[in-house]
Design a protein around this ligand. Structure first.
Ligand code: WAQ
Ligand code: MG
Length: 254
């Protein structure tokens, strides 16, 4: 059978995440067999040279998935706003979330949760869009990658956002919104030097330059869900359904 390989890395300092270690970095790739060794090396190097710290725990997991289980999904459209202050960024983000029908209590819950996120948290919080209720445990999204490296990079370059942060976040955000029960995401990085975050909704990936203060290592992700009724299938989709993200012809800048 034709196989594709999921490679996942997560690293932490002061012990594993499970025992309260501080999350340093994580990454997910989905590659052909002949790329496993080089991608694994790249991910380990990345863990060892991350600006957040020196991991004493690195977990690398590789597993084979039959290619026929992999689904292609289109990339979201990129927009960038460049507010100069954190409060202006949060105001724009709040408006975007509110415009698509997310209750103010859910928006407040998301900002509060991310601003106080635990340094050991390597997953996303699921928040009910009408009540602001937060599901008990965070979910890590895995098993995703770009379908074609070259066209993805061309797309990012056309939008002047060719950075590893955007590449990975756009893949993750595109997969997350492919889940029927999720209508939006709020995210900013835990990397102290990276203040740009985003809101994604419908087919949009809307970047905002000042989602947190420079130097802060608190970041996180919140996914707004329409109901907790199908929580098991939401979690299964996010954590184990393999997805490759492609660029549609009409998404390129003419
Ligand atoms: N699944 C769920 N949550 C995750 C995952 C994942 N695979 N990876 C990270 N998180 C959570 C976790 O709490 C991290 O602390 C937090 O998100 C931030 O992760 O310029 O770099 O990898 O286009 O630091 C946005 C890019 C960058 C905006 C986001 O996130 C742009 C970023 P980081
Ligand atoms: Mg990070």
């Amino acid at each position: 059978m034709n196989m594709i390989y999921s490679i996942r890395m997560r690293s932490a300092e002061n012990g594993p995440h499970e025992t309260g270690g501080t999350h340093i970095s994580g990454a997910e790739r989905l590659v052909k067999k002949d790329s496993i060794t080089s991608v694994a090396t790249t991910l380990i190097e990345r863990a060892l040279t991350h600006p957040k710290g020196n991991p004493d725990f690195i977990n690398l997991t590789i597993d084979a998935i039959p290619s026929h289980q992999v689904h292609g999904i289109p990339a979201l459209s990129i927009t960038t706003s460049m507010p100069t202050t954190l409060s202006e960024s949060h105001r724009i983000a709040t408006n975007l979330l509110s415009n698509i029908g997310i209750h103010p209590s859910a928006i407040t819950a998301a900002f509060h949760q991310l601003s106080h996120n635990s340094p050991s948290c390597s997953g996303a919080w699921l928040i009910h869009k009408d009540t602001g209720e937060i599901y008990e445990s965070p979910v890590r999204v895995t098993r995703m990658d770009v379908e074609d490296e070259e066209s993805f990079l061309t797309y990012l370059e056309q939008h002047h956002v060719n950075s590893p942060h955007t590449r990975e976040a756009l893949v993750l955000a595109s997969k997350v919104l492919a889940c029927n029960d999720i209508i939006a995401e709020l995210c900013w990085s835990d990397d102290p030097d990276y203040t740009t975050g985003y809101i994604s909704y419908d087919t949009n990936y809307h970047r905002l330059t000042h989602m947190k203060h420079q130097g802060s290592s608190i970041g996180g992700r919140a996914f707004f869900v329409t109901s907790f009724q199908h929580i098991e299938s939401i979690i299964t989709f996010l954590s184990s359904s393999p997805v490759l993200v492609y660029i549609e012809e009409n998404q390129y800048v003419p």
